[in-house]
Ligand binder design. Sequence first.
Ligand SMILES: C[S@@+](CC[C@H](N)C(=O)[O-])C[C@H]1O[C@@H](n2cnc3c(N)ncnc32)[C@H](O)[C@@H]1O
Length: 351
Amino acid sequence: MTVPVLENAVETLLSKDIHLLQALNAADLGCAAGPATFTVISTIKRMMEKKCRELNSNLQKVASMTVPVLENAVETLFFKDIHLLQALNVADLGCAAGPATFTVISTIKRMMENKCRELNCQTLELQVYLNDLPTNDFNTLFKGLSSKVVGNKCEEVSCYVMGVAGSFHGRLFPRNSLHLVHSCFSGHWLTQAPKGLTSREGLALNKGKIYISKTSPPVVREAYLSQFYEYFTMFLNARSQEVVPNGCMVLILRGRLSSNPLDMESCFTWELLAITIAELVSQMQENDKWVRGEKFAKVARAFTEPIISNQFEHEIMDKLYDKFTHIVVSDLEAKIPKTTSIILVLSKIIG
Ligand SMILES: C[S@@+](CC[C@H](N)C(=O)[O-])C[C@H]1O[C@@H](n2cnc3c(N)ncnc32)[C@H](O)[C@@H]1O
């Protein structure tokens, strides 16, 4: 019965002032030995994860607000030089597997159809290059490209879509080939973690974290900033060669209201992800320890059981070796000593 009350309290806290919540500090007084306190912890964690998802869905809302900006960009392109636009070459960089990129295609196509009617021209052609890293799920992306998005080739605007696998930090297209570049929530991604996240002695400077967090020393923040500067410069350099004169780019990037990179706005998701990864790694290490312990115990049973079973009743053997496995696993920290085998090759000497 108390869970909804607790949920409500956390909800109120989270909605009151997000800046309060660099970290949510909770205390369970008189927690005893569980399990009630475990429910308290998991309820609070669940509510924080829910908040995190809400923040992400807000990002999608932001994306829909960018449609008018894209419409305006297409309008401006047509206004500038219609002769360029017998075919409009567009690239969506960091398109993922949809669905946001479908909205981008439909928006541009709709704008071109309007233009076609307005200018009384017979047909226009739209060429869309969908780019992401080679590891992207291009199969799902192209399966999602229904005729509703692309239309068919006998309409006023025929649309041709191609996949371009590669990093947008380098050149992807020929010189002067793109009229419009669109990239939503992708340009701020770094291809690699920054150098300089370890000390001279090789120690991790951002221990237990996967991004700038409230515990990160200034050197970590600087390392991320300079890596972003380097990659974003590469991005802009490559596009400056690929975009035609008077071409246009619409970039939507993650930002934050505060100038402080440790602000909740930018750290929240990564803090929770870092905790999740750490928990998963320790779970995997625990499993691995168990598998190694069991293997050792099985081998040990094979050569010790025949001797031991002479001294004890046969029935207790399973119990004994079960217990033995547990002890081996808990003792694994102390490292299993290597076994030594002696191989003898003997010859019989005649005489
Ligand atoms: C948050 S998703 C954005 C997806 C989509 N544009 C949207 O608005 O929903 C970021 C995408 O950028 C892609 N990405 C990250 N670094 C990239 C790079 N160097 N080159 C191309 N794509 C990249 C990722 O693979 C991912 O699909």
